[in-house]
Design a protein around this ligand. Sequence first.
Ligand SMILES: [Zn+2]
Length: 409
Amino acid sequence: MNGSGKWHAEQAWLGRHAANVLIDVEGGRIKSIEEDTFAPHDATVLKGWTIPGMANAHSHAFQRLLRGEIESGGGDFWEWRERMYRFTDWLPADYFKHARLVFREMLEAGITAVGEFHYLHGHGNELGEALIDAAREEGIRITLIDACYLRGGLDGRPLETEQMSFSDGDADAWARRVDDLSDTDGARIAAAIHSVRAVDPESMRIVATYARERGMPLHIHLAEQVDEVSECARIENCSPAELLEREGILGPDLTAIHAIELGEHDVELLGNNRVSICACPTTERDLGDSVGPLRQLVDAGCALTVGSDSNAVIDMLEEARSVDLDQRRLTNRRVLHQPGELLTAATVNGMRALGWEAGELKPGMLADFVTLEQPRSLWRELGAAYLVYGFSGRDVTNVVVGGETVVSR
Ligand SMILES: [Zn+2]
């Protein structure tokens, strides 16, 4: 991911529309950007629209197997989860091959960095390393978000049989295992508290301290379902977000995944602490989750990001527009988020949540960019709204990661 070269984009998104843009890349980073200029003879010409590489801030690669597989079962989120657990018993060799296919699909949809929220620890670090190897092989950036997962619920009940392989036993053992993983070119290690359900308060503090001492991003599944909120109220006398506040977990380095079942005080706490929020609309609608107060969270100070989560769909533009479309059905209002804001969620905000200096076409940033083209589009007159609402991941024609072309069609 240390490529060099020149690319000339017919149209580009620089936080605004720009035309005839020359992107000069050296050692994997953008050296300069020049607008309204001709393509020099040694530049690769990119027809259509070029936008920053997109970030998939929350993925479980193994759940790609469930696509179309458990859509005839019915039941609620918890029944889905039980069936999902049956797909977690992996042989490492298969996982490497599977992850390569998933990451290739992501690259072809314009995703240049993926956050793998990883809790399959039955073989120690073997499956985490398989994910890193698969990402390197395909040329996608990966943030391996290694999740601590210790118990079956807030009441301290033990793990169910299917969950046993997720656990390291205690948070110190989790930390010792994560110690053996290290950052490389294209791979970053980050930490996660799986959820307030799966990690006790003392262990949460150990994980958060571990991440903060090392400058790692920290992630958590938060308030996806009502049952988590009511169990937390019963046992901890507060909401999940209030529990995180009490334990000192909230902060600008934290990304809360889902953040759906929130009260006004929760929104205030997350906003005041500048927590990033990761919405996963295509998965959330698949699982029958409600719609989170995303407009209020952004107004309160949160940065919005998006993720493909279960990978039932892999398309960050679909995730981005669904953030708005889902809230429209809840509020009877249209355009709660401007399209440029949704594009920011799918690019620079997500990159920041994963620890990458990417997601913007400007000098100094990692040279990740994606080109979209449609044979019959009227792109000359169109801006962010068309990019988010008129294109899909299937319109990606070219992808560059760190100055190296990884998709070209
Ligand atoms: Zn998840």
